[in-house]
Design a protein around this ligand. Structure first.
Ligand code: OXT
Ligand code: ADP
Ligand code: MG
Length: 578
C-alpha cells in the first residue's frame, strides 16, 4: 500500500488489518478459528491472503473451543476471532471455559466505536465488551491505535501462556483496522515475544521438604492432572513414576502421559488408593470437585484429614492454588518440567521403592477391577449398550494410539474414560473442569487441524447436539474426523416419563431413533447407522482408513444410562433421598 507525501514521493503504508496479522505471524500463530462478519470480514479474507489458515465455523462457541484446545495441544495460545456483541458473547463461553481449564487462548473480537458505545447512543452491535470479558478471563486489553497493535498482541500472548495459562481477551474497535501507519514505523512497532512462558524454578528447600515427606511414606500415591499433560514434561514424569515405584492416578485428560496399561497405573483402583494413601503427590491437578476437594468419604472420611493421616505435596505453577481446599504440607511452586527435574535430582538413583505391602494391595484391587471390567466388556447384549460399544472403541484406539480422542456426554463420557485406554500424552480431550457440553465438534476440528491425526469423537446424543452443525465445517475442510454418536434417545437415557402425565415427552427425552448420520451425509460425508458392535467396528475402521468425515449413529440401549453418569450424587435431589 502507498500514499503520496507532501513532496509528492510515495511512502509505503500499512494499516491495522495488516499489523494485526503481521503481529500474529511474527509470533508463530498459523491458524485462526473464527466466524466472519462486520467488522472482521475483510480481516478473515486478508488472513488467508497473508498465508494464515482461517478455519471458519458455524457458531463462535465452537470456534472458541477449537482455539482453546489448540492452546492445550500446542502450549501456545490458540486464537479465535469473532464479530462484535453477539458473536463476541458466543465466543466468551469458550474463553471462560479455557480460563477455567488453564488453556492458553486469545479471543480477538471486533467491537463498535468507543465514542458511541460509551455514551450508549445505540451503535450497531453496541456493547462494552472489554468490561464484560474482564471478569471471565485471565486478562483483557483494548487497542485503540494501530501503532499499539504489536504491544497488544505481545501482552495477550504473555498473559495467555505465562504462569498459569488461561484465556485473554483483546478488544479491537472497528476503526482500528482502517488506521494507516508508515509501514516502517508499523513494522518496528511489532514485538516478537521472547520466552513467553519463562521457566519457574522451584526453591531448593521446597524440593527438600517434598522429598522428606515422600521418603517417609508407607503408602504414597501420585496424581497426574491435565497441567502435567500441558507441561510436556512427559519423559521426566515417566522417570519420576518409574524410579520412585509409586502408583499413580491419571485425571481424565492426563490419561496417556504414561500408557494406561502401565503396571503402576492405579486408575482401576481409584476408590481404593485415594482413601488409603498416606502421602499424595499432586502434579498439575487441583483438589477441586473432581477430587472431592481432598476430603470427605473419597479420602477416607473426616478422620483421615483431621488426624493429618494424609499429607499432600503439590506441584503447581500457581502459588495461590496451595491450601485452596486442604492443607498442603509440601508446596512446590514452579513449572512442572523444572519441579520434576529437581525432584529427580534430589532422589538420585538409589531411591527406595514403596513397601511391597502397598504395591501388592494396589495391584490386587487393580487386577480384580480389570477382570470385572473384562467380564462386562465380553458380553454382547441386544440392543448394544455402552460397554459393548466401547469395547470396540477401546480396540480401535489401542490399534491407532496416535489418534485424538474427543469425548463428551454423561454416561458416554464416564464409561469412555474408564474403558478406553490411552497410550500417548495429550490425546484425550474432554469436558474438563466444568463438565461442559458443547466442546465436541470444536475440539474435533482443532484436534484434526493441529495434529494431522485422525480424530475419534465419542459423543452422547445430547452432547453432540450442542455443536452438531459443525459437521458441515468438518466436511468443508475435509477433516479426518469420525464422530460416534451414542444414541440412547436422550439426556442420560431415553425412558423418562412426563411426571405431569401430559403429552409432552419428559425434559430429558429426544425424538426416538433420530437419524444423526444423515446430518453428515447432507454435507457429503459418510453416515452409518450401527446397531451392533460388528457394524460399529467396521464403520470406525473404514473411517480411520479412509480419513473421510464420518458420523456413526451408534444405537445404544435407551435404558442403559444412569442419571448424570458417575456424578449422580451431585444432583440436589440426591440429598433429599439420603
Ligand atoms: O474404584 P472404583 O471401584 O470406584 O471404580 C472406578 C475405577 O477404579 C474403575 N476403572 C477401571 N476399572 C477397570 N479397568 C480400568 N481401566 C479402569 N479405569 C477405571 O472405574 C470406576 C470409575 O473410574 P473413574 O471414572 O476414574 O472414577 P470416578 O469415581 O467416576 O471419578 C470421579 C470423577 C468425578 C473424577 C469422574 O466421575 C469424572 O471425571 N467425572 C466427570 C463428570 C462430568 O464432567 N460429567 C459431565 C457433566 S454431567 C451434566 O452436567 C450434563 N449435562 C448438563 C449440561 C452441561 N454439563 N453443560 C452444559 C453446557 N449444559 C448442560 C447434560 C446436558 S451431561 C448432559 C448430557 C448427557 O446426555 P448425553 O446424551 O450427552 O449422554 P448420555 O449420558 O450418554 O446419555
Ligand atoms: P485436572 O482437572 O486434570 O485435575 P486441573 O485443571 O484441575 O487438572 O489442574 C491443572 C493445574 O496445573 C492448574 O492448577 C495449573 O495451575 C497447573 N499447571 C498448568 N500448567 C502448568 C505448568 N506448566 N507447570 C506447573 N503447573 C501447571
Ligand atoms: Mg444420551
Amino acid at each position: 500500500m502507498s500514499n503520496n507525501t507532501e513532496s509528492g514521493a510515495s511512502a509505503a503504508m500499512t494499516d491495522g488489518f495488516h499489523l494485526l496479522l503481521d503481529a500474529l505471524k511474527l509470533n508463530g500463530i498459523e491458524t485462526i478459528y473464527g466466524l466472519p462478519g462486520i467488522p472482521i470480514t475483510d480481516l478473515t479474507r486478508m488472513a488467508q491472503a497473508e498465508g494464515l489458515r482461517m478455519i471458519s465455523f458455524r457458531h463462535e462457541q465452537n470456534a472458541g473451543n477449537a482455539a482453546a484446545i489448540a492452546g492445550f495441544i500446542n502450549a501456545r495460545p490458540g486464537v479465535c476471532m469473532t464479530v462484535s456483541a453477539p458473536g463476541f458473547l458466543n465466543g466468551l463461553t469458550a474463553l471462560a471455559n479455557a480460563t477455567t481449564n488453564c488453556f492458553p487462548m486469545i479471543l480477538l473480537s471486533g467491537s463498535s466505536e468507543r465514542e458511541i458505545v460509551d455514551l450508549q447512543q445505540g451503535d450497531y452491535e453496541e456493547m462494552d465488551q472489554l468490561a464484560i470479558a474482564r471478569p471471565l478471563c485471565k486478562a483483557a486489553f483494548r487497542v485503540l491505535h494501530a501503532e499499539d497493535i504489536g504491544v497488544g498482541v505481545a501482552r495477550a500472548i504473555r498473559a495467555a501462556v505465562s504462569g498459569r495459562p488461561g484465556g485473554v481477551y483483546l478488544d479491537l474497535p472497528a476503526k482500528l483496522f482502517a488506521q494507516t501507519v508508515d509501514a516502517e514505523v508499523g513494522r518496528a512497532s511489532l514485538i516478537d515475544v521472547v520466552d513467553p512462558a519463562p521457566r519457574q524454578i522451584p526453591a531448593p528447600d521446597a524440593i527438600a521438604r517434598a522429598l522428606d515427606l515422600l521418603r517417609g511414606a508407607k503408602k504414597p500415591l501420585i496424581v497426574l492432572g491435565k497441567g502435567a499433560a500441558y507441561a510436556r514434561a512427559d519423559e521426566a514424569i515417566r522417570t519420576l513414576v518409574e524410579r520412585s515405584g509409586i502408583p499413580y492416578l491419571p485425571m481424565s485428560m492426563a490419561k496417556g502421559i504414561l500408557p494406561d496399561t502401565h503396571e503402576q497405573s492405579a486408575a482401576a483402583a481409584r476408590s481404593f488408593v485415594l482413601p488409603e494413601a498416606d502421602v499424595v503427590l499432586m502434579i498439575g491437578a487441583r483438589l477441586n470437585w473432581l477430587l472431592s476437594h481432598g476430603k470427605g468419604k473419597t479420602w477416607g472420611g473426616k478422620a483421615a484429614k483431621a488426624w493429618g493421616a494424609q499429607k499432600f505435596i503439590q506441584i503447581d505453577i500457581s502459588p495461590t492454588e496451595m491450601d485452596s481446599n486442604v492443607r498442603i504440607d509440601a508446596p512446590v511452586v514452579g513449572d512442572i518440567g523444572s519441579c520434576v527435574a529437581a525432584l529427580l535430582d534430589g532422589m538420585g538413583t538409589q531411591w527406595a521403592k514403596p513397601p511391597s505391602a502397598w504395591i501388592d494391595a494396589v495391584a490386587e484391587r487393580r487386577t480384580k477391577n480389570i477382570a470385572k471390567m473384562a467380564e462386562t466388556l465380553a458380553r454382547d447384549p441386544q440392543p448394544m449398550n455402552f460397554h459393548s460399544a466401547l469395547n470396540v472403541v477401546r480396540d480401535i484406539v489401542r490399534d491407532n494410539p496416535d489418534a485424538m480422542l474427543v469425548n463428551e456426554g454423561a454416561n458416554a463420557l464416564d464409561f469412555t474414560r474408564s474403558i478406553v485406554d490411552m497410550y500417548r500424552p495429550r490425546k484425550r480431550l474432554d469436558v474438563g473442569t466444568w463438565g461442559v457440553m458443547g466442546i465436541g465438534m470444536g475440539f474435533a476440528v482443532a484436534a484434526a487441524v493441529e495434529s494431522g491425526q485422525p480424530v475419534i469423537a465419542i459423543e452422547g446424543d445430547s452432547a453432540f447436539g450442542f455443536s452438531g452443525m459443525e459437521v458441515e465445517t468438518i466436511c468443508r475442510y475435509n477433516l479426518p474426523v469420525c464422530v460416534v454418536v451414542f444414541n440412547n434417545n436422550g439426556v442420560y437415557r431415553g425412558t423418562d416419563r412426563n411426571l405431569g402425565g401430559g403429552t409432552d415427552v419428559a425434559p430429558t427425552v429426544f425424538v426416538k431413533d433420530a437419524r444423526y448420520e444423515k446430518l453428515m451425509e447432507a454435507f457429503g460425508g459418510v453416515g452409518v447407522y450401527a446397531t451392533t458392535p460388528a457394524e460399529l467396528r467396521a464403520a470406525m475402521e473404514e473411517a480411520i482408513r479412509s480419513r473421510r468425515p464420518t458420523l456413526i449413529n451408534a444405537i445404544i440401549d435407551e435404558t442403559a444410562g444412569t442419571e448424570s453418569g458417575r456424578i449422580t450424587s451431585l444432583n440436589p435431589a440426591a440429598a433429599l433421598k439420603k
